[in-house]
Design a protein around this ligand. Structure first.
Ligand code: SF4
Ligand code: SF4
Length: 342
């Protein structure tokens, strides 16, 4: 059977609402992106959860709502939120670290929950646990198997870094054996040609950086995706580098993505989440557009490097030729490639 990797453009009319209902978590992964200074330590109350989802509900448009944290299953009202979200017409996903608190699998059915995603960063405990914590692989995979047995539509998210890129390939037999049909590969951040141990003053080596190089990424990820597809697994991974003939588009202009945090901040671009650049916020139960300089002001800027926020906030993945021109444009971080058995 044939298969091709294809770039998944931003679907017109498709909307994604990423709802961080709390920032608390039982784990402390080494690469955790949660930032309590920017997003608070509170959790969204049951009442606000309902009201805030209502602000984004639109039965005319297909809208995915993804419950995130922290660890969303720590929230005692998550199941209530899922049922409410279905009533409002959302397709609902829960992204969990695999601990599934509050008897989660016993309290929802596969009919009520469209997708259940598990984060796993290695094909065994020796790779996963140094990143996510001791004993996490065992608990996560046990619950993954339980969820598959109960008929949930499960997927796995793997965040590629220098700590685990060499083990990505071994995820394929593991996922096939467990019966996972969807695999999301994410990237922790890519560096340009300078990838390798940071060298401090006098050439002393600092700790190994987490990022992988463009060369490593391209050498490993598309090939693993191809193998996974051969095994009947549908794989999605970030495009990162645009081909010469591909058009650059900023999701902030051509797609509807909302990243909601418990302190009421709402971002349109995930790269901005560590900064108070959010273009929207929820205040007094209303969705308000922020005045002043926000992420919105950057979406329209056209630069030869592609994504403006990438250029401003994480330019390590850009490389330039001798004339100072970027060798590749960086795509929107929300642009994906996907590969499945054709
Ligand atoms: S499970 Fe997620 S939220 Fe929790 S520590 Fe790990 S990365 Fe952070
Ligand atoms: S990642 Fe870049 S291209 Fe994508 S929404 Fe943000 S600014 Fe736009």
């Amino acid at each position: 059977m044939g298969q091709t990797a294809r770039t998944v453009g931003f679907q017109s009319g498709e909307r994604n609402v990423f709802f961080h209902i709390l920032t608390a978590c039982n784990l402390s992964c080494k690469h955790c992106y949660i930032n309590p200074d920017q997003h608070g330590t509170m959790r969204v109350s049951r009442e606000d959860m309902e009201a805030w989802m209502g602000l984004f509900a639109d039965k005319e448009k297909k809208t995915n709502l993804i419950f995130l944290g922290g660890e969303p299953t720590l929230h005692p009202d998550l199941v209530h939120g899922i049922l409410k979200a279905k009533e409002l017409g959302f397709a609902v996903t829960v992204d969990s670290n695999g601990y599934l608190f509050h008897d989660f699998l016993e309290r929802v059915t596969p009919e009520q929950l469209d997708y259940l995603s598990f984060s796993l960063d290695g094909p065994d405990s020796t790779v996963n646990d140094p990143i996510r914590g001791e004993g996490v692989f065992e608990i996560c995979t046990r619950n993954l198997r339980r969820a598959v047995r109960r008929g949930f539509n499960v997927s796995v998210i793997y965040t590629v870094s220098s700590r685990n890129i060499d083990h990505l390939e071994r995820m394929v037999p593991l996922l096939a054996q467990i019966g996972v049909k969807r695999f999301f590969i994410q990237v922790i951040g890519l560096r340009g040609k300078s990838a390798g141990p940071d060298t401090g003053e006098g050439g002393a080596e600092k700790a190994e950086p987490w990022q992988v190089s463009r060369e490593q990424w391209l050498a490993v990820v598309p090939e693993v995706a191809r193998k996974a597809a051969e095994n009947g697994i549908h794989v999605t991974y970030p495009k990162v580098f645009l081909d010469q003939d591909e058009r650059f588009e900023c999701a902030g202009l051509v797609a509807e993505n909302y990243f909601i945090f418990p302190n009421g901040r709402v971002y349109r671009c995930p790269l901005c989440e560590d900064h108070p650049f959010n273009s929207l916020c929820i205040e007094g139960g209303r969705l308000v557009t922020n005045a002043g300089l926000t992420e919105d002001n950057f979406f329209r800027l056209t630069i030869p490097e592609g994504c403006v926020m990438n250029r401003l906030l994480q330019p390590d993945n850009i490389s330039y030729d001798q004339d100072g021109h970027p060798e590749f444009r960086i795509s929107c971080c929300l642009l994906k490639q996907e590969i499945k058995r054709g």
